[in-house]
Design a protein around this ligand. Structure first.
Ligand code: AMP
Ligand code: MG
Length: 408
């Protein structure tokens, strides 16, 4: 079958063509201290009960709940961190602190506020004591043999704490995708360099590094591609050899003079070149052996929107993440939206109102060169192709790329 490489793919078709070629990365062991926000490589089964002993949840007295005695002899003190040789029976009580093991015989803990001391004895000022009161039974928080964390979980504060509590250190996480970022274009100079006529500063490299790091990738190399064909060829070959993913920006438009496109055709298998979307129509996806090569358009917004729509799910799939998609919400337009001839991802700020309504305010002119249209945006509003403007108040779908803004 001859592929028409310049056929424009629907974004969903392009995404499927990418994900079909994405392989999950292997696991690696990492010290727990360095595992924050990494992705768990395999299911974590609890090898212990939590708590491992019946534990007091209050400071007070461990007693027999059913004991009718008006006062009880204090037979010992049980604090957290040790096990004293104490047994509690009828007519006795043990002083106990929060988190301490409940001594054998005791079936409830009476909070110290509900007690009084008299003649070295404790008097319980309670009508009724319920068996089990203020005691966390063995395994109640997490039972041995049960699933504590599923593979693909992101190790946020709660997850990593759970792993620590189970004594898992080091921990098996998915290796980070190794990514090289290469900006191309004769017009580009470094941010710290002065501009000569006709030059602009390379901003994509820095945007893409931030986007990559947010998603949990490791940027192994980032720089500008050499201007000269054979040097660029050598650079690309080296980047391909040492990376899971090579990300280039610039030089993939129709009629472009840049060198990336012909080099890709020579060094890799190109799968598609154009997507039916705005911004981000030129987008080359190729593979060279195991390495995925994505060539993003040079316009800064196009590069970042393409990253959002295609790279993010691809990288999260490599990482074995449970969730690879951003949430999509129905939102109400605050201003009219003008459609284009392609599916458009318009940048917006979505606000949640106290009545439950979600409204989307545009970030202003939507030129693909205007990075300010992405600054502060928390959503990409999907505007279907067409000729008539969508009126203010119309309901559209939005991809949430950042946190929802607070109720006003
Ligand atoms: P291209 O995709 O090479 O046709 O570039 C499209 C537009 O994006 C041009 O105006 C370029 O100057 C600009 N551009 C290309 N690469 C970058 C970059 N790394 N940073 C900022 N702008 C860029
Ligand atoms: Mg260019």
């Amino acid at each position: 079958m001859v592929l028409d490489l310049d056929r424009m793919l629907h974004p969903a078709e392009a995404r499927a063509a990418i994900l079909q070629r994405v392989k999950p990365l292997p696991a690696e062991l990492t010290p727990l201290r360095d595992a924050s926000w990494r992705i768990l490589a395999s299911d974590l089964i609890a090898t212990e009960d939590h708590p491992p002993f019946p534990a007091a949840t209050m400071d007070g007295y461990a007693v027999v709940a059913e004991d009718p005695s008006p006062w009880r002899e204090i037979v010992g003190r049980q604090t957290a961190g040790s096990v004293e040789a104490i047994e509690v029976g009828l007519g006795t009580a043990a002083w106990i602190t929060t988190g301490a093991p409940v001594p054998p015989g005791a079936t409830a803990v009476i909070p110290v506020e509900a007690t009084e001391l008299a003649d070295g004895h404790v008097v319980i000022q309670r009508e009724q004591v319920i068996p089990g009161e203020n005691i966390r039974p063995v395994g109640v928080d997490l039972a041995r043999g049960t699933l504590a964390l599923a593979a693909g979980s992101v190790l946020g504060p709660a997850e990593i704490g759970l792993a620590a509590g189970l004594g898992v250190d080091p921990i098996a996480v998915v290796r980070k995708p190794r990514v090289s970022v290469l900006s191309t274009g004769d017009e580009l100079v470094e941010p710290g360099d002065p501009l000569r006529p006709g030059q602009i500063r390379d901003s994509n490299r820095f945007s893409l590094i931030a986007a990559l790091e947010e998603v949990g990738a490791e940027v192994v190399w980032a720089g500008r591609g050499p201007d000269e064909a054979s040097a660029l060829r050598a650079a690309l070959l080296q980047r391909i050899a040492e990376s899971d993913v090579v990300l280039t920006s610039g030089g993939v438009s129709m009629g472009d003079l840049d060198l990336v496109k012909p080099l890709l055709a020579e060094l890799a298998e190109v799968h598609f070149r154009r997507v039916f979307m705005k911004p981000g129509k030129p987008f080359n996806f190729a593979t060279a052996g195991e390495t995925l090569i994505f060539s993003l358009p040079g316009n800064p917004v196009s590069a970042l929107v393409s990253f959002e729509v295609f790279l993010r799910p691809a990288l999260l799939t490599m990482l074995g993440a449970k969730a690879i998609d951003r949430p999509r919400l129905s939102v109400t337009l605050e201003q009219p939206a003008k459609p284009s001839d392609r599916i458009e991802f318009q940048r917006a700020v979505v606000t949640a109102h106290s009545n439950g309504e979600l409204s989307a305010a545009t970030t202003g002119p939507q030129a693909s060169s205007r990075l300010a249209s992405l600054v502060g945006a928390n959503a990409l509003v999907i505007v279907p192709p067409g000729t008539d403007s969508l009126p203010a108040g119309a309901t559209v779908e939005a991809i949430m790329i950042g946190p929802l803004w607070g109720v006003d």
